[in-house]
Design a protein around this ligand. Structure first.
Ligand SMILES: [Fe+2]
Length: 360
């Protein structure tokens, strides 16, 4: 079958402390903080950080809800590792780099004939750098991480499941992936097509205790795949329902894109997204991405209440682009014209962020 999917859009994780997360992603993983906003569900103010490559490309975006108010339980039924591509030969740099930052890592490993190295975020989350030739996306660079070793964007993700069968049916029949191989406990699936960021590895762990599903520090929350348009989101929702996955959500307005979620058979929450005009550049200039807190328009009147409940953070100065570090912004959908509203019904929550929700 054909797939409505184009590849990974973003991967969403729950670290613990906000500053700890910024420090790890920007200093240790060499990502660019490209957006500071907040969780758009519920009435508890939680940051939502977006980290990406030099061009903030779709398919390079890890998004984080620092959720220090509650610990999650890592286990099966979760995305267990976020995978980034690096150039051939770069894993030895990353081994030494993780050592310098005292980040726990796996040492150089291999699966499907490719070298990779897995490291642990301070909150317990796993990330890996995997060598892939021919990924032309632009790495963000730091004083320590140069463009010849930096991460280009996502290779994909590893998902832990106790049994592959139903999850395989979901990926193949509902999402249009094709199965491309098995290497030990890993079953590999790809979105048909070309370009990076199209791989999911199911890691079959029959004895692993199921992990938590809600927000909780130290766990991944979901993986999102991009589709071309709002119309494709509607088609994907109809396909889910036709196949019996009737718990697909309504289509939500996430301001930077539109989203629709479904809980997959192995337990992993799967989102599909459609980009909206302007994307990440709707509310800040390319050179300012990630430098201050942006709220969706429907939360702006509660800015003071929201900010008062968030951990103060500082963003490293080197997060600002330097000459030659980014190319021209590439919004995947043309900027929105005045009065140009969404073409399908989308929902968003409007709640009160009361002081009684203050976290400790
Ligand atoms: Fe998401």
């Amino acid at each position: 079958m054909t797939s409505l999917l184009q590849g990974v859009h973003h991967i969403t994780l729950c670290p613990g402390g906000a500053q700890q997360d910024i420090d790890f992603f920007t200093q240790v993983l060499g990502q660019r903080l490209i957006k500071q906003t907040v969780l758009m569900d519920g009435s508890i103010p939680i940051y939502h950080f977006y980290y990406g490559n030099a061009d903030a490309d779709v398919g390079s975006i890890a998004t984080c809800f620092p959720y220090s108010r509650k610990a999650g339980r890592a286990g099966s039924g979760q995305l267990s590792c976020t995978s980034y591509t690096v150039p051939n030969g770069a894993v030895t740099f990353w081994r030494d780099h993780f050592d310098r930052h005292h980040a726990e890592h796996s040492g150089v490993q291999e699966r499907f004939g490719t070298k990779y190295l897995r490291a642990r975020h301070p909150a317990g989350l796993l990330v890996e750098v995997i060598e892939e030739r021919g990924d032309g996306r632009h790495a963000w660079t730091t004083k320590e991480i140069t463009k010849d070793v930096g991460t280009r964007g996502f290779f994909g993700a590893v998902l832990s499941v106790r049994d592959a069968r139903e999850q395989e049916s979901f990926f193949v029949d509902a999402l249009g992936f094709r199965k491309v191989g098995v290497d030990g406990p890993y079953h590999r699936f790809e979105v048909p097509g070309t370009g990076p960021g199209r791989v999911v590895d199911l890691h079959v762990e029959p004895e692993r205790t199921p992990g938590s599903w809600g927000f909780g520090a130290g766990t991944a929350h979901h993986i999102a795949f991009n589709v071309e348009s709002d119309a494709a989101l509607v088609k994907q929702k109809a396909l889910y329902e036709e196949l019996g996955y009737t718990d697909a959500s309504e289509i939500k307005d996430r301001f930077y894109f539109h989203s629709m979620y479904v809980r997959s058979p192995g337990g992993i929450l799967v989102e599909c997204t459609a980009n909206v005009p302007g994307g990440f550049y709707q509310d800040e200039a390319p050179e300012d991405l990630g430098t201050k807190l942006h709220l969706p328009p429907w939360f702006e009147d509660q800015r003071a209440a929201i900010v008062s409940q968030l951990e103060p953070i500082s963003v490293p100065e080197e997060n600002r682009p330097r000459p030659g570090t980014t190319t021209a912004p590439k919004p995947v959908v043309a900027p929105r014209a005045a009065g140009d509203e969404a073409t399908i019904p989308v929902s968003h929550s409007k709640v009160t962020f009361g002081a009684d929700k203050q976290t400790t």
